[in-house]
Design a protein around this ligand. Structure first.
Ligand SMILES: C[S@@+](CC[C@H](N)C(=O)[O-])C[C@H]1O[C@@H](n2cnc3c(N)ncnc32)[C@H](O)[C@@H]1O
Length: 271
């Protein structure tokens, strides 16, 4: 099991959907014209990525959704269709940290992931990139956290707590030291060095005051991460989260969380 509950993924999905760059998916669609389109989705969770991308990509698609958490896999769709698209879906349970070499990249025309890149290590991403380069497969990595947070109304301890959170983000999330807020910058470097063209688009979460449950979970998650980094400051962190929770309850809290979407494609035309 991973540390990502189905409830958390469900809470974040509407905000993710608003934040994602439609422009990058449309750009991919014009690169990937042949159908059925075969897509490999890494760390797919319950399938948020296919739900967002499939209608935009359009036409016949075959998706392989990879995750290591059976609780999430059992919620993935087996089939997904709409007015202008039909997807067949297969789910694959696999530990990406240890089984990267068994990923069926050669059988797909696009590798994608959402909210995964900031969890992986530089070495892992470099290995994935070199496999994609060897097979000339483009990638789209959406919703990588970039370290920027703005809470409104602001609090004197926001910056301090988020500093601790960002240090926590660089800890090991199962792949070795995580790229955390450096994920997109590093992906850009690695894929460009392999001869790919790259493009980045902002995908910040703009969390509205009515999204109380999502905000509460986020603040609880940040408090936990901050306490792990500075256990002796637990009381100060607790007071901070108490103030933030009071703002959430009163309906005055809005939170922006910096994210980026990243795509890279080989210079030679895609299949
Ligand atoms: C933040 S969630 C994102 C899920 C989904 N892509 C989305 O956007 O809702 C990260 C996902 O990566 C998966 N994951 C984390 N480590 C993994 C590993 N070592 N192997 C396979 N999947 C992993 C988790 O189970 C989780 O589904």
């Amino acid at each position: 099991m991973s540390g990502f509950s189905p409830d958390w993924l469900e809470l974040r999905e509407p905000c993710d959907t608003r934040a994602r760059s439609e422009e990058l998916v449309i750009a991919l669609r014009s690169l990937l014209v042949s159908r059925p389109l075969r897509v490999l989705d890494l760390g797919a969770g319950t399938g948020a990525n296919i739900r967002y991308m499939a209608p935009l990509l359009g036409g016949e698609q075959r998706w392989c959704l990879v995750d290591n958490d059976p609780r999430l896999i059992e919620r993935q769709p087996a089939i997904l269709e709409g007015a202008h698209f039909q997807c067949e879906v297969i789910s694959q349970q696999l530990d990406l940290a240890t089984d990267l070499s068994s990923l069926p990249i050669s059988q797909c025309q696009l590798v994608t992931a959402s909210a995964l890149l900031d969890l992986v290590s530089a070495d892992w991403l470099a290995s994935l990139a070199s496999r994609c380069a060897a097979l000339s497969v483009p990638v789209l990595f959406s919703l990588s956290y970039d370290g920027r947070v703005q809470c409104l109304p602001d609090d004197p301890d926001d910056e301090w707590v988020i500093g601790l959170v960002n240090r926590h983000q660089r800890g090991d999330k199962g792949f070795g030291p995580a790229l955390g807020p450096d994920a997109t910058r590093y992906a850009c470097e690695v894929f460009a060095a392999l001869g790919f063209q790259t493009r980045i688009a902002p995908s910040d979460w703009l969390i509205e005051s009515e999204e109380r449950a999502f905000q509460r979970e986020l603040i609880a998650g940040w408090s936990g991460a901050a306490r792990e980094m500075a256990p002796s400051e637990a009381a100060r962190i607790e007071r901070w989260s108490g103030r933030r929770d009071a703002d959430i309850a009163s309906g005055s809290s809005r939170i922006r969380v910096g994210h980026q979407d990243f795509m890279a494609w080989p210079t030679a035309p895609c299949e």
